[in-house]
Design a protein around this ligand. Structure first.
Ligand SMILES: [Zn+2]
Ligand SMILES: [Zn+2]
Length: 228
């Protein structure tokens, strides 16, 4: 391609010329995202919320594909920079998909009913600035591969600060009341996969899940490409 001559592709992680992720760096990406309960942050063998941690409007679990190591971090960061969007879309959604189909706990949940994939939304100010929502793109790609529907059922009504650097208490306050149901859609889904690029504290997924559950959704499970 003409553009490749002007701007040769470089590995995002090590800068080696040839592709956006070289074979060597690719080999550092691992499908060993840890399974933790998103409520108490302790290990959960099947990725689901512990019975003792379940709340009426709480999230039911979370499945993630790769662990958030340095290489994954660089890829996810670059995915939010427009020039990398189209190339990384396929790489990242393939990784996301691979990690999920290898996960028997995910497959068990998937087979339990009809699911709709909903991206964790960006606030419109951020969306305007970036031009796209990376989580929406991942949700759409997953939906194609798994053949489920995707809808932007949630809206972000609070332009939250960057979570990085905030302590746990502030992160929780920061995300509180950040979401509401998008009234352009009929909410008739019973089971929802909430799709995001990364889960760290789980506060974002928990908050979004509680909004959906208060609106009548039965089950909400997070799906994230990477997990801290
Ligand atoms: Zn490399
Ligand atoms: Zn727990």
């Amino acid at each position: 391609m003409f553009l490749d001559l002007l701007f040769p592709k470089k590995c995002i992680a090590c800068k080696k010329i040839g592709s956006y992720i070289c074979d060597n760096c690719f080999s550092y990406l691992t499908f060993d995202a840890k399974n933790t309960c998103l409520v108490c942050d302790r290990p959960s063998f099947d990725g689901l919320t512990h019975l003792r941690c379940k709340k009426r409007h709480g999230i039911d679990g979370c499945f993630s594909s790769i662990s958030h190591n340095k290489t994954a971090q660089k890829l996810i960061y670059s995915f939010k920079q427009k020039p990398y969007l189209s190339s990384l879309k396929n790489i990242l959604s393939d990784l996301f998909y691979e990690g999920l189909i290898q996960n028997e706990n995910f497959i068990r949940e998937l087979n339990k009913g009809k699911w709709i994939a909903i991206p964790v939304p960006l606030h419109k100010t951020k969306l305007r600035k970036r031009g796209y929502n990376q989580s929406e793109i991942l949700a759409e790609e997953l939906a194609k591969k798994f053949n489920f529907q995707t809808k932007s059922l949630l809206e972000r009504v609070k332009n939250t600060k960057i979570q990085l650097g905030l302590d746990k208490k502030r992160r929780k306050e920061n995300i509180k009341d950040a979401f509401k149901i998008n009234t352009n859609y009929m909410l008739d889904a019973k089971n929802i996969f909430l799709v995001d690029d990364l889960a760290t504290t789980g506060f974002t997924l928990n908050e979004a899940a509680s909004v959906l559950k208060r609106a009548g959704v039965k089950k909400v499970i997070g799906l994230t490409l990477a997990r801290d």
